[in-house]
Design a protein around this ligand. Structure first.
Ligand code: GLN
Length: 303
């Protein structure tokens, strides 16, 4: 199965992070150690997201100040991006990461305070194409899924309807319309999960349908498990300042210090500070802060 890596900390080289350590993400593509039966190598492409200041937001603010635009004139930036100040950019390729010269020749020139990267081993029956490679991005969010949802079309349609009912009871309209699943960038479980998570994130906040991005991730994982109990759901979400992740079946380790927070399917070096994360947990990580709570204990219910 795929491997993924999230970083938040001092400005770092995006490309260097992909090749950092004796067991770098690039090495994990052809010599992973902890696949847990979910494939052999990760040769079906890769992707990496990084963050930059949100120019569209700044431009929109200027327009509003100048009285020329309305408040919604945000240059196509989704609602969830506004206010964050950062927006995710991305590079993907459906070829194996070890064959792409951009990893050494282009990506090291990009620098960012956040990185979210993924290498892919396509689930049998799912297409090998760039659009199916994580990370999936929108506004300030970047997302990756390591795992599989058996019978994903049936299961995720059912999840969508359940969320729709719950959101309607809570008082939201036009959330989780099942037809939105057609907007998935690729016909894969991961791309469809991203559609559902995007809707949850749009309604996350103190007054929202879910209270936080972490609660959104946990609600998605637990809802999928209701309809697909054998689903493998290592989800990874970042906004350039924080990382959220779930562990359902696959491996994940964390290295968090006062300066940096890194979550990785497999440690990329032998630093003794890497901590393995137990199964069925929600992880929230930022520099100086790591929280690991059992998924079952996360408050996901709408208030
Ligand atoms: N099922 C997803 C895909 O095919 C993720 C695969 C994985 O984790 N190996 O893209």
């Amino acid at each position: 199965m795929c491997r993924h890596l999230g970083y938040v900390g001092p400005t770092t080289s995006v490309g260097e992070l992909l090749t950092r350590g004796t067991h770098s993400l690039r090495t994990q593509a052809w010599a992973p150690r902890e696949m847990r039966g979910g494939g052999t190598i990760n040769a079906d492409g890769f992707g990496v997201a990084w963050w930059r200041a949100d120019d569209a937001e700044a431009a929109a603010a200027q327009e509003v100040t100048a009285g020329r635009g309305d408040i919604s004139g945000r240059g196509g930036v989704p609602d969830s991006a506004v206010g964050g100040g950062l927006v995710a950019g991305r590079y993907r390729n459906s070829d194996p990461i070890w064959t792409d010269p951009a990893v050494e020749e282009v990506l090291p020139q990009l620098r960012s305070v956040g990185v979210l990267a993924s290498i892919r081993s396509a689930t049998a029956g799912m297409p090998v194409e760039r659009a199916a490679c994580a990370p999936f991005v929108s506004g300030r969010w970047a997302f990756s899924h390591n795992g599989v949802v058996p019978e994903w079309r049936r299961a995720l349609t059912a999840v969508s309807s359940n969320l729709d009912v719950a959101a309607t009871q809570w008082g939201a309209t036009r959330l989780f319309e099942t037809a939105r699943l057609l907007e998935a960038e690729a016909p894969t479980d991961s791309a469809a999960l991203w559609v559902l998570l995007g809707e949850l994130l749009d309604s996350a906040g103190p007054e929202g349908f879910v209270e936080s991005p972490g609660a959104a991730l946990a609600l998605l994982a637990t809802s999928v498990l209701t309809h697909a109990p054998d689903a493998r759901l290592n989800l990874l979400l970042g906004d350039g300042e924080q990382l959220w992740a779930t562990t359902v079946y696959h491996a994940l380790s964390a290295l968090v210090t006062d300066d940096v927070a890194i979550l990785s399917s497999e440690p990329y070096d032998d630093d003794p500070r890497w901590q393995p994360i137990p199964d069925r947990c929600l992880v929230t990580a930022r520099p100086g802060g790591l929280s690991v709570e059992p998924l079952a204990d996360v408050r996901t219910a709408a208030r």
